[in-house]
Ligand binder design. Structure first.
Ligand SMILES: NCc1[nH]cc(CCC(=O)O)c1CC(=O)O
Length: 317
């Protein structure tokens, strides 16, 4: 399906989840396309789509199927032509897209770091022995358990407001959020500090927004080519090849980050047991254009050091 140039009577439909962060990301995408083609914002319509992941907030994500929960309904709407593009947090995207859809447009990446959120403490190393820390992310809990086995780690779900309330109520003394999300919501003030990537390696694609389209929609392809950020694409090519080779299809304690320096790409990776009893980390560098190969090779290096059973993350129901 191919659409024509957007106008206020035939707007370009931008599909997104309904969370404040998701809507902010859709608005950023709209504003970038509007600026690049000198179009009024009335030539765009933001279409909010409720996903399984949004409906099922009371159960742990891993119990109901992990990655893809936040994207399935949006991709179905894109395929059906109900929307023209879909805006996603790349961190939540499966490594493969459905037949007929293409995900090759990335906005300039935000801060990749995790934010430390606490009313009392400045960072992980300030946390007293044995205190309770909450996180919704298996990766962050595993990384923390590995570095600070003394801490009491609890699952923390819900939106930003809910989590802050839990801190105020003393249910935990600290929690974590991506700096990127806080920045995009204009709430950088909530972070006590940004955690160095050497202390907590972020999730693959953290801070990156991807814009998906139908393969055969050449008008939309032109829009997206104009707002695509090459360096973000190069970094994500390496990170997502690494994730694909690790088979990160369910919610898994996998961290990975590619950085560019001149013509060189450096990819760091870390895999952990969910309970944080063991971690395997390494890094690999090479020419930027070899990102996908570097990703695959780093994954193989980590896997070759993983003992039997290390990767049985997804099998527990
Ligand atoms: N898994 C949830 C999710 N997916 C994307 C972001 C926000 C930031 C980003 O673009 O990485 C978040 C929230 C968080 O981790 O704090």
């Amino acid at each position: 399906m191919r659409r024509s140039m957007p106008t206020p009577t035939s707007p370009l439909k931008i599909g997104t989840r309904g969370s404040p962060l998701a809507v902010a990301q859709a608005e950023e995408t709209r504003d970038r396309i509007a600026a690049a083609f000198d179009l009024p914002s009335e030539a765009f319509e933001i279409v909010v789509i409720k996903t399984t992941g949004d409906r099922v907030l009371d159960r742990a994500l891993k119990e109901i199927g992990g990655k893809g929960l936040f994207t399935k309904e949006i991709e179905e709407a894109l395929t059906a032509g109900e929307i023209d593009i879909a805006v996603h947090s790349m961190k939540d995207m499966p490594v493969q897209q459905p037949e007929g859809l293409l995900l090759d447009c990335y906005l300039p990446r935000e801060d990749v770091r995790d934010a430390f959120i606490s009313l009392e403490y400045k960072g992980i190393s300030d946390l007293p022995h044995g205190v309770t820390v909450g996180s919704s992310s298996l990766r962050r809990r595993a990384q923390l358990a590995y570095r600070r086995p003394d801490l009491n780690l609890v699952e923390f779900r819900g939106n930003v407001q809910t989590r802050l309330k839990k801190l105020q109520d003393g249910i935990a003394v600290a929690t974590f959020l991506a700096v990127a999300g806080l920045n995009r919501l204009g709430r950088a003030d909530l972070a006590a500090s940004a955690i160095d990537t050497d202390e907590m390696l972020p999730a693959v694609a953290q801070g990156a927004i991807g814009v998906e389209r139908r393969v055969d929609d050449t008008v939309v392809a032109e829009f997206l080519a104009a707002i695509h950020d090459d360096q973000t694409g190069q970094r994500l090519a390496a990170e997502r090849a690494y994730l694909a080779a690790l088979d990160g299809s369910c919610e898994t304690p996998i961290a990975g980050l590619a950085d560019l320096n001149g013509g060189t790409l450096m990819l760091r990776g870390e895999i952990l047991r969910p309970d944080g009893s063991e971690a395997i980390a390494d890094h690999l560098s090479g020419p930027i254009e070899d990102g996908a190969r570097i990703g695959e090779e780093l994954a193989k290096m980590l896997l070759s050091r993983a003992p039997d059973g290390f990767l049985d993350w997804c099998s527990s129901s």
